[in-house]
Design a protein around this ligand. Sequence first.
Ligand code: CO
Ligand code: ZN
Length: 331
Amino acid sequence: MHDKTQVLKSLTEIYGPSGEEEKVREFIKNEVKKFVDDIKIDAMGNLITLKKGNGKKKIMLAAHMDEIGLCCTYIDEKGFLRFTTVGGVTPITCLSGRVIFSNGKIGTIGEEKREDIKEPLKLNKMYIDIGAKDKKEAEDMVSIGDTAAFLREFTSLGKRLIAKAFDDRVGCVVLIQVIKELKRCDNDIYFVFTVQEEVGTRGAQPSAYRIAPDIGIAVDVTSTGDTPQGIHMAVELGKGTAIKVKDRGMITHPKVRGTLIEVARKYNIPYQLEVLETGATDGRVIQMAREGVMAGAVSIPCRYIHSPSEMVDIEDVENSVKLLVKAISSF
Ligand code: CO
Ligand code: ZN
């Protein structure tokens, strides 16, 4: 397995729902510490690393460490767990799914009997079964407020890979790779691995305030329009890195978009233009930090986002790295 693929496997399999990013952060810190000049962890848990330049401009790249998950709200007399969501979780991706708590306890998700099978699935009719015989035994295993992540193995199909949490561990891998490959340049480059994106871009906001960047670029996944009866979207898997034009949370600054496109053309890096009609990224709050920041986003095309089996193409990952390495010295 290639180095990058190995890192992708390790990172996607780590437990890290929003608010519980410690294990992901430790892994990334160990990967990058030899290659950066400074490492800080702020109060919320954002990992802020710096590759110093000559102070020409401050550029902030952000990828989020957290993933979606479930949170235990109530344990019934028979030991079944009711739950709420952490981030955008849909009922259809929960059913029969396996989840793991931070202490390693595993459960499967079941549902109450539906009178009519055509009735829609509802999260409040579902529960996690951790194999406990009663409430007492369940309480010894899991507490109210404990968070669970989806449990699914990483699989390589060659160029295409399947895993949970490519959103946004693939963005973290892109940043790690850029850190490793980037030669010194005049700009100071801040690589920020953020917390709590999935619950509303909460980590990126204070880290952008702290850094006060001249340019901000979020690196995250985006949807594709290339599956059967899919959405009308021009992004396809394997057709290159996606330069964001807009999404629900931001409109990329024309200078950032222009520079990214120019660099991609100059170095023949395959790219696509992304207009995402649903969803947002850390770019939203970076753009609105302090007096405002020129911001944009570079996205990795991804099918089945927020399911336990998301799919990316390794070439899109590589092209995202190439584009960022060239672009951040071009601002
Ligand atoms: Co997400
Ligand atoms: Zn994301």
